[in-house]
Design a protein around this ligand. Structure first.
Ligand SMILES: [Zn+2]
Length: 158
């Protein structure tokens, strides 16, 4: 009986695996509103929004300012400078990330003000290396067929 239930369970797993041709929910899909951001990633540029009405910079990309609701917004090339605000370390990240771990999931504060979730790469994924408020710079890495934004310690740190 136990063996049967294992057999059923493994059949189900292989059937589910065959239906995973659709995009994984964690794989980003560009939309018309976010396309300039993704184009920036492909060019190695961190491109975020700024509101022309209240001058606030914000992320993620959106056609409406989250602070004053103005639709008078534009994309601009951010400095890529940031600091590490907070983080956690995944010891066993999902297979999707293509690493056995550990892998950082970090809250990064951009020089321009917005905070975003990203990963700190090109350094050891340990609390000794990942220090709060450490200076970071934007870098880009491929994630399947997509180029995604990550951060790395600035040269002075390494
Ligand atoms: Zn605004």
């Amino acid at each position: 009986m136990v063996a049967n239930s294992f057999a059923r369970s493994s059949e189900m797993t292989s059937r589910q695996a065959k239906t995973l041709d659709m995009a994984h929910p964690l794989i980003p899909v560009p939309t018309p509103e976010t396309q300039p951001y993704w184009d920036g990633c492909n060019q190695g540029i961190l491109r975020i929004n700024r509101c022309n009405a209240c001058n606030d910079a914000y992320f993620p990309p959106a056609p409406i300012c989250p602070h004053c609701s103005s639709t008078d917004v534009k994309f601009f090339d951010a400095s890529g400078e940031a600091t590490l605000y907070s983080y956690t370390i995944q010891q066993k990240p999902p297979d999707l990330w293509g690493t056995q771990g550990p892998r950082s999931v970090a809250l990064v504060k951009l020089l321009e003000g917005p905070m975003l979730t990203s990963s700190i790469i090109n350094c050891e994924q340990t609390p000794e290396t990942l220090r709060l408020d450490m200076p970071l710079q934007a870098t880009f890495t491929s994630f399947g067929e997509t180029t995604v934004l990550c951060f790395e310690p600035t040269e002075e740190q390494q």
